[in-house]
Design a protein around this ligand. Structure first.
Ligand SMILES: Nc1ncnc2c1ncn2[C@@H]1O[C@H](COP(=O)(O)OP(=O)(O)OP(=O)(O)O)[C@@H](O)[C@H]1O
Ligand SMILES: [Mg+2]
Length: 155
């Protein structure tokens, strides 16, 4: 798993801590979902996100398939929504297909703006396969426009 988080704010640090609490054995997810089990790796990831924000550093975390990376990213997204932030969660393949469609009918700029706008953008299943040159260009444009504008998690 790879997670990159930028933009350091006090609110973001609180958000990471709230996520760790939410995913604890006594948190709201456990209360609502009988299948939920507190997982050390998820707590470690939430703590690492908080520390990365604290230090204003990007974070690269790794975990095996099914450990629950997407679950943590979604929990961070929910906490950000609760804090009044605009959040967009998407599969990376869906984003790339959308932007590719924009190249075909001259709506690329408008489509890109939708992904630049949110305070937090979560790109799920990032880099599962090698990207084509136009896909790599689209991702470069997106990441460079979001730099110092909003937080991005690639996962
Ligand atoms: N703490 C948990 N307790 C119970 N089920 C969980 C927990 N965390 C995640 N799950 C469930 O485990 C499954 C795998 O979680 P998730 O998709 O987040 O893993 P992942 O690490 O992103 O996997 P992948 O590498 O395939 O993307 C999902 O069905 C999810 O709902
Ligand atoms: Mg996943």
């Amino acid at each position: 798993m790879t997670a990159v988080v930028d933009t350091a704010t006090q609110q973001a640090r609180a958000l990471a801590r709230a996520t760790a609490e939410a995913l604890s054995a006594h948190g709201p997810v456990a209360a609502q979902d009988p299948a939920f089990i507190e997982r050390d790796a998820q707590q470690a990831m939430a703590a690492a996100v908080a520390q990365a924000i604290e230090r204003r550093e990007p974070l690269v975390a790794e975990a095996g398939t099914g450990v629950g990376k997407t679950f943590v990213a979604q929990a961070l997204g929910v906490q950000a929504c609760r804090a009044g932030r605009r959040v967009l969660f998407t599969k990376t393949s869906a984003l790339l297909a959308d932007l590719a469609g924009g190249r075909a009918d001259a709506t690329w700029q408008g489509r890109l703006r939708r992904y630049v706008g949110p305070d937090l953008l979560i790109l799920d299943d990032f880099a599962l396969r090698e990207y084509t040159a136009p896909q790599a260009e689209d991702l470069y444009e997106l990441v460079s426009r979001r730099y110092r504008h909003g937080s991005t998690i690639v996962e």
